[in-house]
Write a protein that binds this ligand. Structure first.
Ligand code: PMP
Length: 326
């Protein structure tokens, strides 16, 4: 799904709340030319019966963001808790009562020619209404890309570094033009790494298998949620090990995970059905568990969630639309 953002959205940019349409960057911005930014993706899920918007594992996302910024020596001068508070404030100021995607972005902002980074950093958080990223209800058709996953010694995949997403863009472009819904990238060793924007799991003999973090994958937070749910709720053995390309063609089930995609079943890979080509029982069970957990319907996993609205922060607050962050 491609989302055109409303220019009137209230966003957070370098310490200020402002309209999206007012947040401008210069044409010589370092990150625009050299990819020297680090981003995140965070989800909010709307629970209609509880009239509540739940933000999923926000402190963990901000902790990852700050650490990844450290790879490029970008400073975000706020703690994960402060960043979480800003995120909640954005949701309230925008009066969101729907599923939401949040995009934190930090980048090298000096405006000049020359690749050497300096200490000028900028950061923004943009939250917007966001539905399904991939239409996956009936399962996706994935294709193994001719592009390789970028290597840790070139640009670390775990870093969510803006420039690294040229790799994902190339693979996605190729996949879509070849009639696939999503790409699967192999790493330079020829092992399965991940999707262009999501982690990959397969099921073989009731074991859930996913590549280890040392196989050039993003250390996905959804991946971590799924591993916890699989172990504790489904009593499945979860194995992190390298996956051969041909295992994709003989596995029982496969699915992608990610903040944007959630848990998306894969029912065909390179024109071959995964097993019988229908969404398998483990995938289906995991999808239901995950959906329930992120919507606040499973008390055990409530500590993954931060509610946006409460008695002090009701649904239609009388707040200034823009201004300095408190
Ligand atoms: N791999 C890549 C390349 C991604 O861009 C993402 C999305 N952040 C993921 C995996 C999934 O990570 P997470 O579950 O933390 O969103």
């Amino acid at each position: 799904m491609q989302v055109e953002a409303d220019q009137n959205l209230i966003i957070y940019f370098n310490g200020q709340y402002m309209r999206l349409g007012e947040a401008k960057v210069g044409i010589l911005t370092h990150a625009l030319h050299y990819g020297t930014g680090v981003f995140e993706g965070v989800r909010g899920h709307w629970n209609d019966s509880q009239q509540q918007l739940y933000v999923l594992r926000a402190p963990e996302h901000y902790e990852r963001w700050k650490r990844n910024c450290g790879i490029l020596r970008i400073t975000v001068p706020l703690s994960p808790q402060q960043l979480t508070d800003i995120t909640l404030e954005l949701m309230r100021r925008n009066r969101f009562e729907t599923n939401v995607y949040v995009r934190p972005l930090a980048y090298k902002c000096s405006e000049r020619i020359g690749v050497a980074p300096d200490d000028q950093d900028a950061h923004a958080i943009i939250a917007m209404p966001f539905g399904e990223y991939l239409h996956s209800a009936n399962g996706l058709h994935a294709g193994v890309s001719s592009w390789r996953r970028i290597d840790d010694n070139a640009i670390p995949a775990r870093g969510k570094i803006c420039g690294a997403y040229a790799n994902s863009a190339l693979a996605t472009d190729e996949a879509r033009h070849s009639g696939f819904d999503e790409a699967i990238l192999l790493n330079e060793n020829g092992h399965v790494a991940e999707g262009a924007t999501c982690n990959l799991f397969m099921v073989r003999d009731r074991r859930l298998i996913t590549p280890p973090v040392s196989d050039n994958v993003l250390e996905g937070i959804t991946r971590n949620c799924i591993m916890q749910l699989a172990r504790h709720e489904m009593r499945l053995e979860v194995v992190e090990r390298s996956i051969d390309r041909s295992e994709l063609l003989v596995c029982d089930e496969a699915f992608f995970t990610g903040t944007a995609v959630g848990l998306a079943p894969v029912v065909r890979i390179n024109h071959r059905p995964v097993r019988d080509g229908a969404v398998g029982p483990i995938t289906h069970g995991m999808q239901q568990l995950y959906t329930d957990a992120v919507h606040g319907r499973v008390s055990f996993y409530r500590d993954w969630l931060t509610p946006v609205y409460d008695a002090q922060h009701p649904h239609e607050p009388e707040v200034a639309l823009a201004g300095t962050a408190g």
